[in-house]
Design a protein around this ligand. Structure first.
Ligand SMILES: [Zn+2]
Length: 146
């Protein structure tokens, strides 16, 4: 039963993860959420805009402080559907559309939900044990009355 408990937990973690990705997608529509790390005159940015996670590095602005930034976007308001590089000089880094991590999470989560659906007729409705030929009316695996 340890295994099924893990599956149950993984199922909910996966579902919450999918919801977080969809929420991030909606929340950053036409907006930008990014984190800047400034070190040795170089700023490394990681953020979400246009339905994608992206990352790039560029020389820091004078006096730039780094940290979280959340606001409106002027320059990249489009939605990124394909993984690609940001097509701008100096802004070079990977763009990962959110549907990629969403699918990576959603597919095994959907599979877990499918696996955990109600057991078929002739099986224990509590634990899924096959009760074919059972005459006692009690599941030998978990003790549930059938
Ligand atoms: Zn049972």
């Amino acid at each position: 039963m340890q295994r099924s408990r893990f599956r149950k937990r993984a199922k909910w973690v996966g579902s919450v993860g999918c919801a977080v990705i969809v929420t991030a997608w909606i929340a950053t529509y036409g907006r930008i959420s990014e984190y800047a790390h400034v070190e040795n005159g170089t700023s490394t940015y990681i953020g979400i805009t246009g339905g994608a996670i992206w990352c790039f590095g560029m020389p820091s602005h004078p006096g730039e402080q780094g940290g979280w930034y959340f606001g409106e976007v002027q320059d990249h308001t489009r939605t990124f559907w394909r993984p690609r590089l940001i097509p701008a000089s100096r802004l070079d880094g990977p763009v990962i559309p959110l549907w990629i991590p969403f699918l990576i999470l959603a597919i095994p989560t959907a599979f877990l939900w499918y696996r955990d659906r109600r057991p078929p007729r002739g099986s224990c409705q509590s634990c899924g044990y096959n009760l074919t030929g059972n005459v006692s009316g009690v599941c030998p695996e978990c003790g549930t009355k059938t």
